[in-house]
Write a protein of this length. Structure first.
Length: 427
């Protein structure tokens, strides 16, 4: 009779061998995937002793980006917005003449009496840093800007180009450099426009910041930390109508900015002046500040506020800010109760130590606005904590006629005012 057990052992041995081979092959495939994904294509050669020329015959990509495809429409929209915007986003390098510091000889015992100097190694000297009186041009900072006209007009933050003693260089996305001239700085807002000698540039499309919604996508592009150009971060609009006090790290100057956009798209030093985009690639804000000590809280000024600056410079070569000519206090429920005012919102026209309530000869004075009037609306837009009078006026242009709704001792009236040009003395 055949030996059943012996036959079973043969089959068992054969089956075991097949399993071992399968495990080895399966294990090799896992190793290939891991090596391919985590170690790079160079690790294929490790498998050659086991598989000969077969392992090297696996096709390899020359570029991972060439094989990449967006996983959904949202990702494709982000990538498309970034791709279209990058050629129009520039880095701005700030250079100044700084003292040349050298090492000068110094004898720490030179002031001792001559008879004591030998006890301390008299005549020996050390070196210490010293100012030679010479200066050299040196990079001292950087920011971001973006093209707003084909002939080289660039919008950025005022604090990026604040120094009148510095020189500025614009570096394009393709690495080309241009000397830049500051054409205008907004007297009230953190905007500035610089010009380079170039033509045929592609300006970014300016969107509408009035219709922003919480949770919509926000894309920031900029020269992060002044050294990582074309840095892209993506988040959402996480807050609207914020009021922040921003501090310039270089100068220590502080500025209160009202009505700004809050976003969790990372905004780092050096991003200042860069665009905040929506999914259509339109500019909805200009990156300007980050919250110190916070996680992913940055702020951008709504782009609608910059539009009249751009139009003004294109038309006149300088920023002509609209001017009403009043000083005021924002009315709050607490102030209304304390001073028995007829309304709990609006702008109470009142002078202070810096000047009268209504500037002589100003558009407001010519229209008959009086001290203690409460301006409650401009062209129907009510004035409240989220809609400050000065911000509303800034949305108009010089020469525009606006209608002020005024509460004068409980009597409501409307007063048309033609906005003038802000004088330099107004700040």
């Amino acid at each position: 009779m055949p030996d059943i057990h012996r036959g079973s052992k043969k089959w068992l041995i054969a089956a075991t061998g097949m399993v071992v081979v399968g495990v080895l092959l399966g294990g090799a495939i896992v190793v290939v995937k891991v090596s391919r994904g985590f170690l790079g294509s160079g690790n294929w050669g490790v498998l050659t002793p086991f598989f000969g020329h077969h392992a090297s015959s696996v096709p390899q990509a020359s570029s991972t980006s060439a094989l990449y495809a967006p996983t959904n429409d949202y990702e494709a929209a982000v990538m498309g917005a970034v791709h279209n915007a990058l050629p129009s986003v520039v880095s701005i390098v700030i250079s100044e003449q700084v003292p040349v510091v050298s090492q000068c000889q110094y004898d720490p015992f030179g002031n001792l009496p001559s008879q004591l100097q030998p006890l301390f190694g008299g005549g020996s000297s050390f070196t210490v840093p010293c100012n030679t009186g010479k200066t050299q041009l040196q990079e001292v900072g950087g920011g971001t800007g973006f093209i707003v006209s084909p002939d080289g007009l660039i919008l950025t933050n005022k604090h990026v180009v604040a120094s009148t003693n510095a020189s500025y260089t614009v570096i394009m996305n393709n690495g080309k450099k241009y000397p830049a001239k500051v054409l205008a700085r907004d007297p009230l807002q953190d905007f500035a426009l610089v010009k380079i000698d170039a033509t045929g540039l592609v300006p970014l499309n300016l969107g509408d910041s009035n219709g922003l919604q919480l949770g919509q996508t926000a894309i920031a592009i900029g020269n992060a930390l002044g050294q990582y150009s074309n840095t892209v971060s993506v988040g959402v609009v996480s807050g609207l109508e914020r009021t922040v006090t921003a501090t310039d790290q270089a100068t220590g100057q502080q500025e209160t900015i009202q009505g700004v956009i809050q976003t969790d798209a990372a905004i780092n030093p050096g991003n200042s002046g860069g665009p905040l985009l929506n999914l259509q690639g339109q500019v909805i804000g200009i990156d300007t500040a980050l919250a110190s000590g916070a996680q992913s809280i940055g702020f951008a000024i709504p782009i609608d506020r910059a539009k009249h600056d751009i139009a003004s410079v294109l038309a006149t070569g300088k920023i002509q800010s609209p001017y009403l000519g009043v000083r005021y206090l924002m009315v709050t429920p607490a102030l209304a109760k304390q001073q028995n005012l007829a309304t709990s919102t609006g702008a109470l026209v009142r002078g202070d130590a810096s000047g009268p309530a209504v500037e002589a000869g100003s558009p407001a004075a010519k229209a008959g606005v009086q001290s203690e009037d409460i301006i409650v609306a401009v062209n129907g837009q009510e004035i409240d904590a989220n809609h400050v009078l000065s911000d509303i006026i800034e949305t108009y242009s010089v020469g525009d006629t606006v209608t002020l709704t005024i509460d004068r001792a409980g009597k409501i009236m409307t007063v048309p005012v033609t906005l003038g040009i802000r004088p330099a003395s107004a700040g």
